[in-house]
Design a protein around this ligand. Structure first.
Ligand code: NOJ
Length: 550
């Protein structure tokens, strides 16, 4: 499919490689064991100093840094227009924005529209009485006549999505923790206030937002019961017992999306990436149309897979996912990630036979080879693993995975010193294995870090990779092969072998040379076939030959 997009700065995010930082765990500048904004400033050269010695990322997304009681580690916001003292203050954030921009790095914050903290002044006011000014900024319902819950919705973290407030005799809705009441986006005052939050940050120079659970913001107007999920199996998260028909991706949620986009468009280069869930046909709606645009980017989490069933590392399945998304209109720029702060890290996720690290290397070339705006999760580039955390040190309130999400949120490992170069104090979560660190990998050409650096800088240099079309090529069992073509420049073929055996991939027309491979032993033979070791991926390059058939 042709990309068909406008290559102006305005759409800078199409070519960009994003890096997702969990600020508590990136770098602690003041020794309190918690990462902070100054810590991120101190490490920006690692991310991009303009040379190939750095990672080379173009943009950063920070998970929430707002004041918060931290019941859900910042996704319970008590002030949308400030900074939590653990992370710094507004002045530090301003310095971070400036320091990023000096290096040509863009900065995205996390926008949490669906819910705030129960400590937010809006909810505190709503609790005062049924007539309080902010009462209808939230969803309040009487008990059913039998005294029971207003509907059957289940919180994503388990248990009912309703909590009873004795003093005013009504239930309020919370799609997550009781300490995270849902905001009522059917109230225009909520919409106006939340749009002003976007303007507050954009005016300070922030380049955009990742939007938390975008698809939950508008629910069925009558908050109807959700139907049972026929695919539910014992062992899956309680939340998935019901299909979320009336609480997620409800049809008019796209009007809220369009409203957010209009605010972004007040600032010419601002971008948003939605956290959205569903098949490509649903994701397409969040992109909107050329006449009524939605969010510029929306995550496609299918390469990670659902909580209950991580995607098996299978070329055929991966190919199906990528091809299905590629059917969407050209303006719907794909956006893939292999990891995030909610899911088990890839090296461990794909490690049932001990080869998770090998698969993660190949996954790097898949992620950065696809037509997509890729997101890299901090530590992914050094192969950080799920850390086994003693029960009494777990902090995450959500336990839909065994041991919750903490194992994927442990501090970045900069070196092998006792504080791992992360902190001079006691880290808020334990460290992973000391051998996995930036210092150990920096000068090692065979390391995961070197692979990520080379892949990112190669992608920057190759128009076919950052801007080319996508075309799936015939792929034998165990392989997924696709071509990225940029007219009048080069073509790059990306080939992935998910089998435990070597594979040979036939390349169209000849004249190909090896550009980058995840494993030693990958080789182009006679310019026309590519040998891929077990579990390897490679990029091969050909100067554009005009007139080659499609
Ligand atoms: C999705 C976020 O990624 C997750 O960390 C959070 O717990 C929920 N949304 C609720 O905000």
């Amino acid at each position: 499919m042709s990309t068909g997009w406008n290559e102006s700065e305005h759409e800078w995010w199409r070519k960009a490689v994003f890096y997702h930082i969990y600020p508590r765990s990136f770098h602690d500048s003041n020794g309190d064991g918690i990462g902070d904004l100054q810590g991120i400033i101190d490490r920006l050269d690692y991310l991009n100093d303009g040379t190939e010695r750095s990672l080379g990322v173009d943009a950063i997304w920070l998970t929430p840094t707002y004041p918060s009681p931290m019941k859900d580690f910042g996704y319970d916001v008590s002030d949308y227009c400030n900074v939590h003292p653990d992370f710094g203050d507004l002045e530090t954030l301003d310095r971070l924005i400036a320091a990023c921009h000096e290096r040509g790095i863009r900065l995205l914050l996390d926008y949490v529209p669906n819910h705030c903290s129960d400590r937010h002044p809006w909810f505190q006011d709503a609790l005062r009485s049924r007539d309080a000014t902010h009462r209808d900024w939230f969803y309040w319902r009487d008990p059913k006549p039998d005294g029971y819950l207003p509907n059957n919705w289940i919180s994503v973290f388990g248990g009912p999505a309703w909590t009873f407030h004795d003093a005013t005799g009504q239930y309020y809705l919370h799609s997550f923790l009781p300490e995270q009441p849902d905001l009522n986006w059917r109230n225009p005052k909520v919409v106006a206030a939340m749009h002003d939050v976007l303007r507050f940050w954009l005016a300070r120079g922030v380049d955009g937002f990742r939007i938390d659970v975008m698809g939950m913001v508008l629910k069925h107007p009558d908050l109807r019961d959700n139907p049972p999920n026929p695919d539910y199996e014992i062992g899956m998260p309680e939340y998935t017992r019901l299909r979320a028909d009336n609480s997620l991706n409800y049809p008019d949620v796209y009007s809220a999306v369009a409203g957010i986009r209009r605010v972004l468009d007040e600032y010419s280069e601002a971008v948003a990436v939605g956290e959205v869930f569903g098949p490509p046909s649903i994701l397409a709606k969040y992109y909107g149309t050329l006449d009524s645009p939605g969010l510029q980017l929306n995550f496609n989490f299918q390469l990670i897979g659902p909580d209950s069933k991580p995607l098996p590392w299978d070329a055929e399945r991966i190919g199906e996912i990528v091809r299905a998304f590629d059917e969407l209109p050209a303006h719907a720029q794909p956006c893939y990630a292999l990891n995030n702060h909610d899911r088990p890290r890839i090296v461990s996720r794909l490690n049932s036979d001990g080869f998770g690290g090998e698969r993660a290397r190949a996954a790097c070339l898949l992620l950065l080879g696809l037509r997509s705006t890729p997101f890299i999760y901090y530590g992914e580039e050094i192969g950080m693993v799920e850390v086994s955390i003693p029960e009494d040190q777990l902090q995450d309130p959500a336990r839909f995975h065994h041991r919750g999400r903490d194992p994927a949120r442990t501090p970045m490992q900069w070196d092998a010193n006792p504080g791992r170069g992360f902190t001079s104090g006691t880290p808020w979560l334990p460290f992973g294995p000391e051998g996995i660190n930036v210092a150990a990998q920096s000068e090692d050409p065979g390391s995961m870090l070197s692979l990520y650096r080379r892949a990112i800088w190669t992608r920057k240099a190759e128009a076919a990779l950052h801007s080319g079309d996508f075309r799936a090529l015939p792929s034998d069992t165990g392989t997924f092969v696709f071509e990225r073509r940029y007219p009048a420049a080069s073509s790059v073929i990306c080939a992935l072998n998910t089998d435990l055996e070597e594979r040979e991939v036939q390349l169209p027309d000849g004249g190909w040379s090896l550009l980058l491979s995840s494993h030693d032993g990958a080789a182009v033979q006679g310019g026309a076939s590519l040998v891929l070791p077990p579990l390897a991926a490679a990029w091969v390059r050909q100067e554009r030959q005009e007139g080659r058939g499609v």
